[in-house]
Design a binder for this molecule. Structure first.
Ligand code: IMP
Length: 440
């Protein structure tokens, strides 16, 4: 075992924070590769709740290094605030956090542009997190963005910032954006942020590759989920980064040949925040029950999440584009009280049954889900940490998901705590984590 990618198999919020935190003691480094502070990874350690947005959950493990890769976009104010909150909670942050010098910087005007774009007439709002993520990636791809290294370089920063500010002023005038922006103040403020962040900024691609050569193990932590990936998700209702497994390589500078395993995280059901197609959405009472039992409210925005049933065609699709070696099923306990559990097993589009993921937004919205009901177990699974300890109907449900998706379920989570988890013996996941030889 060595380098493993852990990422969301659905629309994000699959419980990756807990899983990455749990596995991180098997690794030397945890690296984030995309997204920004739009992500919200919740980790419970004892009675303490930590919500991490930008900093990889590995920071909570003493001895583990946390890396924010070049594929991430960083709002320095959010980063500094997160560091302060963590320090306030007793988490040590010093040499254990490294930030890529190639990561792009988010500015306050990115948020304003996003607000303007979401509110524009005749535009379908995406329902973004309003963190300026999309406009920052636009500047990156448009080759006018400002990177961490530029922010730290006083000479070039001023020049680059003023040019970018000029661009934004033209845009604001064109769109008659009224909100005043004090560019000079922002520039001064960012120079102060630079001084605060400077000790942590490094060539993280070099650091990671040297670590690999030295035999260290890296856990790559995805944010959001595959269905929010800019290329493979439900475009345009996606985030602006490469959340799928391929993004781990471009977003850190580690080659695909160095990756040993890819692990998908999925809830035992499914949720989505924001707008966009959602074939297996449950708009009735059952959806409400899941939302209440699963506490399905956004970790960053507090928005209620849309809830629905496990979607097999979607999972098969994300398993293909990511090449999952193993799947982790989280929040099984949320389904404890249900008599029957619907599972979406196929799609019907324009009267034709299919298991393929349509490319267009129109076809995605036209999907009629085909459901199959599975028997519930109607007993508590909360906190069970042995696969054999699960009620037979819960094991049947897991095995059903496994056979339908074609991916092993290597781990099941039955609560937010580290201990409320089981890793299945003999699984590929167990081998990837190096647990098999230890006979855990
Ligand atoms: P953005 O990432 O703020 O641009 O938002 C684009 C879409 O991705 C919206 O539907 C958001 O609700 C969704 N999104 C962004 N980050 C997350 C996340 O961490 N979990 C779930 N959905 C997210």
């Amino acid at each position: 075992m060595s380098n493993v990618i852990v990422l969301g198999a659905q629309w994000g919020d699959e419980g990756k924070g807990k899983i990455v935190d749990l596995f991180s003691d098997r690794f030397d480094i945890v690296a984030r590769y995309q997204g920004g502070h739009n992500a919200g990874h919740t980790v419970f350690i004892g009675s303490t709740k930590y919500v991490l947005k930008l900093i990889p959950s590995g920071i909570l493990r003493p001895g583990v290094k946390a890396v924010i890769g070049n594929g991430v976009v960083i709002d320095p104010a959010a980063l500094i605030q997160e560091m302060q909150t963590l320090r306030g909670a007793g988490v040590e942050i010093g040499g254990n956090l490294l930030i890529s010098d190639r990561a792009h910087v988010i500015f306050p005007f990115h948020r304003l542009i996003e607000k303007m774009s979401e509110a524009r007439e005749n535009r379908i709002p995406i329902g973004t997190t309003s963190r300026g993520i999309g406009p920052c990636y636009e500047d990156k791809i448009g080759r006018r963005g400002i990177r961490m290294a530029d922010l730290l370089d006083r000479e070039s920063f001023r020049l680059l910032f003023d040019t970018l500010a000029e661009d934004k002023q033209i845009l604001a005038e064109t769109f008659q954006l009224e909100e005043p922006v004090d560019y000079a103040r922002i520039r001064d403020q960012y120079e102060q942020y630079a001084d605060c962040i400077r000790p942590m900024v490094a060539d993280t691609a070099r650091f990671l590759n040297e670590a690999i050569r030295g035999g260290q193990r890296i856990l790559f932590e995805g944010a959001q989920g595959t269905m929010l990936d800019i290329d493979h998700g439900t475009y345009p209702f996606v985030t602006s980064s490469s959340a799928a497994a391929g993004g781990a390589c471009t977003g850190t500078g580690v080659a695909p040949t160095k990756i040993d395993g890819i692990v998908g995280v999925s809830k035992a059901y499914i949720t989505r925040v924001g707008s966009g197609p959602f074939p297996s959405e449950s708009l009735d009472e059952a959806g409400e029950t899941i939302r209440a039992r699963g506490n399905e409210f956004g970790a960053v925005t507090g928005r209620p999440r849309r809830c629905g049933w496990f979607d097999v065609p979607l999972l098969r699709y994300t398993a293909t584009v990511n090449g999952f070696d193993s799947l982790i099923i989280t929040k099984l306990d949320v389904l404890d009280e249900l008599e029957e559990i619907p599972v979406c097993v196929a799609y019907r589009v324009d009267g034709v049954e299919t298991s393929e993921m349509p490319a267009t937004f129109r076809a995605m919205q036209a999907i009629e889900p085909v459901f199959e009901n599975r028997p519930g177990w109607r007993t508590s699974t909360k906190g069970i940490s042995r696969y054999g300890g699960l009620p037979p109907a819960a094991r049947d449900y897991i095995q059903y998901l496994e056979s339908r998706t074609g991916v092993e379920v290597g781990c099941v989570s039955t609560g937010p705590e580290r201990t409320e988890t089981m890793i299945r013996s003999g699984s590929r996941l167990e081998a990837l984590l190096g647990l098999a030889q230890e006979g855990h």
